[in-house]
Design a protein around this ligand. Structure first.
Ligand SMILES: N[C@@H](CCC[C@H](N)C(=O)O)C(=O)O
Length: 292
């Protein structure tokens, strides 16, 4: 029987990034890739990321959080999901600041200055080609040699690449909504240059403090919002000298404010979260998945 069967869950979203939160702190159990895919099925609670709260492993942390994409793969970081988790644990503890552990390291969260908003510290971005990771050496990851379309008239080209706890490629375009991201996204996510696959973003810099973007998420597909992609995009734009270190990013689901803090190199993300519904996982869902 799945660790999730008969277990309570909360369905939320972080500016449209579809998140399911399950609290396994009292009843830890292994979530398999099949479980994660079953929850995402039309009979389950379809989501982009499932955030599973486990008992804390490190002193001073609330929980070890494991993050699953809807294809069953595991992610190191999920900014919007962490903001959803934080909103629940803030409610439960009444604390002003929280620390969680994820596979990408320790994550601090605060309440934002606007009601209903939460800030997550996504840590330091990494730019080395082995850190992204890329399959071959690129000295300058502000723009790597990669293109889609004819060699002399590429449709998309020269993405900036950043690791924000997970791999990101950001293609700079005039209008992110003018491209068939459902076609190019999976192709680029699985491009051999990205041995761990990658999250694929199309972005345009409107001004030094405003960027418009959309993302095809590794392991989850087209999303209304990807927080770590927003962080990667903000950082990549600042690295190119085309944006300030604090910017507003407009995603299909809403806006995030990203600040790449000078004093410690950390990237902070602030935005709202919304509760949608809660429920109990039906054991039949998992039985059906197991026998399919
Ligand atoms: N939506 C997330 C990122 C989720 C992880 C991603 N799909 C991956 O596997 O890298 C966010 O808000 O950061």
């Amino acid at each position: 029987m799945s660790a999730l069967a008969n277990h309570a869950f909360v369905k939320m979203n972080g500016i449209g990034n579809e998140i399911v939160v399950v609290d396994l702190r009292a009843h830890p159990g292994v979530i398999t890739a099949e479980d994660a895919r079953a929850v995402a099925s039309p009979n389950g609670a379809p989501y982009d990321q499932l955030m599973a709260l486990y008992p804390p492993r490190a002193a001073g942390t609330e929980s070890f959080v494991r993050i699953y994409n809807n294809d069953g793969s595991e992610a190191g970081a999920c900014g919007n999901g962490m903001r959803c988790v934080a909103s629940i644990v803030f409610e439960e503890t009444g604390k002003d600041a929280l620390t969680f552990e994820t596979k990408a390291g320790l994550i601090n969260c605060w309440r934002g200055s606007e009601p209903g908003t939460y800030t997550v510290d996504m840590g330091k971005p990494r730019f080395g080609w082995q850190d992204i990771p890329l399959a071959e050496e690129f000295r300058d990851t502000r723009g790597i040699e990669l293109q889609v379309g004819p060699i002399d008239a590429p449709i998309l080209h020269t993405p900036s690449v950043v690791n924000m706890g997970n791999p990101h490629a950001v293609f700079w375009v005039d209008d992110p909504y003018a491209y068939d991201l459902e076609k190019f996204g999976p192709m680029l996510e699985h491009h051999p240059i990205f041995p761990d696959r990658a999250n694929i973003t199309l972005a345009t810099i409107k001004s030094r403090d405003h960027i418009v973007m959309r993302t095809w998420e590794r392991g989850a597909g087209l999303t209304k919002a990807c927080g770590s992609a927003a962080c990667a995009t903000a950082v990549a734009a600042a690295r190119l000298g085309r944006a300030d270190r604090k910017v507003r990013l407009s995603l299909p689901g809403g806006d995030l404010v990203i600040e790449w803090r000078e004093r410690d190199d950390h990237v902070l993300m602030t935005g709202s979260v919304a509760f949608e519904f809660d429920g109990i996982f039906d054991p039949a869902l998992f039985n059906a998945a197991a026998t399919a």
